[in-house]
Design a protein. Structure first.
Length: 604
């Protein structure tokens, strides 16, 4: 029996029904203890003694508790009161996609933006080994702010289920299908689902394709007057591909065919690939909206590229690619590029690029996604004009891992062109800031930078280890020697290693780097810092660091060290000027920073 308004379940007062399905009835309720509105999913009384239904209800609670993602509705708890078992969940405002599409197809661009978020949610679930199994418009809401929330994990399946549990699921599905009580929704079920076979995350990819198709066309890809007719369509017929809107990008049409491949062995197997295809298609239509005529954009922030698969083992690659692009672009004399420390505080955050650009005070923002599959590297990037929010440039690269250097150079050149920065022919090589041709050594260097940036004792030692491995593969890798030097200095500063043990090693590594490349400002800056703090020779330290700053005017660390040397020398006014330059290049960095006042400069 449906609950009526005013009914109490524990500390919750039912306000109104929200919907019902095979796995429970959903109500809006008031949490009288915490003074907030929530959604209650109540197991119907008729199922209270059904062991299978109760087990699925408890499983849904466990699945939701294991997921923490902005595109998945949050669970607050699993409770029981007066013989009723219910889930307490986030109350998501807005309409479901089923309600939205009931009045017709949605605009293509809006569909793509929605489906990117659906893919993000499914990707997060799949990373946890969870298959939703009931993806459909009725289980997806869009808030008034445009945030997508995937709901109802009542049929979700965890990868760790035993073979016996999988077989029981299959038998239950077959039995319920024969009686007309489908475990799932036929129009969105994959061929293997309707056949009652064991399933994996590819059923979610099939359903995702069904949702994408329906939002674009306003009709389901597989339709019929009865369950039997729908199942026959799923198994035997193709969607009406020719009926898709003419504005549907070719990349999306191809993606739909890959998602709705009846043979699951030929079907798209990773939802992250779908996200990248949609993002690339979304960027393409906007290309051609130029910045204002003759307007040169002289400042840029490269936001941390997103690790599309969320694999912790690949985090070094997305971070490293971001840093490499920053370094490459910082060589451009006409461009002010925000430093790594200035932009990495936005890692994992969801602010729009234009908002971040305003906060950082830059003219353009570069964002991107990185995915490595075997020996293939997939990178998508988008350049946004902060003034008007227009896309200046967008591209997707599919290269072999060994071609990563060429890809980085291509990105830097495209950005230079789109920002209308002119480079004399003799300056073109500035964009190709390559210090090694050994790809494996380069990846080891990126891992070293990744762990070095953690600034923990373990991270610093691990970073040094990776830098040394890079040097073993390429003994002429000057930047890796500089990495070793930069690793030992904070070990001494943070008292993890005595200065008498750390500084000589840092000095030797910096000198080795400079023997290979005398113009390497990173190594020269470290050497200047050692001469200042360890040798206490401020005159020669200043010469060393001023040379580093002259070689690389946009390198903030050189400005910071110079400000500290000038402070030690009692030249406070000059120190304030250099500190201001350092802060301009990297505002609000998380590690020890130069702070300046009226006549004094000190370190926090």
């Amino acid at each position: 029996m449906a609950l009526t308004a005013g009914t109490r379940l524990g500390s919750y007062e039912v306000l109104a029904p929200l919907g019902a399905g095979g796995m429970g009835e959903v109500y809006q309720a008031r949490d009288t203890k915490l003074g907030r509105d929530v959604a209650l999913k109540v197991l119907p009384e008729a199922f209270a003694h059904d062991a299978d239904r109760v087990a699925r209800f408890e499983r849904e609670a466990q699945v939701l508790a294991s997921l923490n993602h902005p595109n998945i509705a949050t669970i607050h708890g699993l409770e029981e009161s007066g013989g009723s078992c219910y889930l307490v969940m986030e109350l998501v405002p807005g309409k479901t996609l089923a309600e939205r599409v009931a009045s017709g197809a949605l605009p293509v661009e809006e569909v793509l933006r929605i489906c990117i978020q659906i893919a993000d949610a499914l990707g997060a679930a799949h990373q946890k080994g969870i298959t939703h199994r009931d993806v459909k418009p009725a289980n997806i809401k869009v808030t008034p702010e445009g945030r997508v929330k995937v709901l109802d994990f009542g049929l979700a399946k965890a990868a760790h289920e035993s073979q016996a549990e999988e077989q029981a699921d299959a038998e239950t599905m077959t039995e319920m299908t024969q009686t007309g009580a489908i475990l799932g929704t036929p129009s969105y079920m994959s061929p293997e689902q309707v056949r009652g076979e064991p399933v994996d995350r590819r059923v979610d990819i099939w359903a995702f394709g069904c949702v994408l198709f329906e939002l674009l066309l306003g009709q389901r890809p597989f339709r019929g007057a009865s369950v039997a007719e729908i199942i026959a369509c799923v198994l035997k017929t193709e969607p009406e591909w020719q009926a898709l809107p003419t504005r549907t990008p070719a990349r999306v049409r191809e993606l739909l065919r890959r998602c709705l491949e009846k043979d699951r062995d030929r079907r798209l197997s990773d939802i992250a690939d779908a996200r990248m295809d949609i993002e690339a298609a979304l960027l393409a239509p906007a290309t051609g909206r130029p910045a204002e005529p003759d307007r040169v954009i002289g400042s840029l922030a490269v936001l941390p590229f997103v690790n599309a698969r969320g694999d912790p083992q690949m985090e070094y690659l997305s971070d490293g690619l971001t840093e490499s692009i920053i370094v490459g672009l910082s060589h451009l004399p006409q461009l002010r590029v925000m430093s790594r420390s200035a932009v990495f505080r936005y890692k994992g955050r969801t602010e729009e690029a234009q908002v971040v650009g305003h906060a950082l005070g830059v003219g353009a923002v570069l964002t991107g996604n990185v995915l490595q599959r075997g020996e293939t590297l997939l990178v998508s990037a988008e350049l946004v004009d902060v003034k008007n929010g227009w896309q200046l440039w967008g591209a997707q690269y599919r290269r072999k891992v060994r071609d990563i250097f060429a890809m980085e150079e291509d990105i830097a050149k495209e950005i230079s062109k789109k920002l209308r920065l002119k480079l004399a022919p003799e300056k073109q090589n500035l964009l190709a800031g390559r210090y090694t041709d050994n790809v494996e050594a380069y990846h080891l260097y990126l891992k070293g930078r990744f762990y070095w940036a953690k600034r923990t004792e373990e991270g610093l030692y691990k970073g040094i280890q990776y830098f040394r491995q890079a040097i073993e593969l390429d003994p002429t890798y000057a930047l890796a020697y500089a990495g070793v030097a930069e690793g030992y200095v904070p070990l001494a500063v943070y008292c993890h290693l005595a200065p008498k043990d750390a500084c000589p090693k840092a000095r030797a590594a910096a000198q080795a780097a400079l023997e290979i490349d005398p113009k390497l400002s990173e190594a020269r800056t470290v050497l200047g810092a050692i001469i200042s703090y360890y040798d206490w020779d401020q005159e020669n330290a200043e010469k060393e660091v001023r040379q580093a700053a002259a070689l690389e005017p946009n390198y903030p660390r050189a400005r910071q060290v110079l400000a500290e040397i000038l402070t030690i020398s009692g030249r406070f006014e000059e120190a304030v000027i250099e500190a201001a330059r350092a802060l301009e290049l990297r505002p609000a960095r998380p590690e020890p920073e130069c702070v300046y006042g009226d006549d004094v400069l000190f370190r926090t």
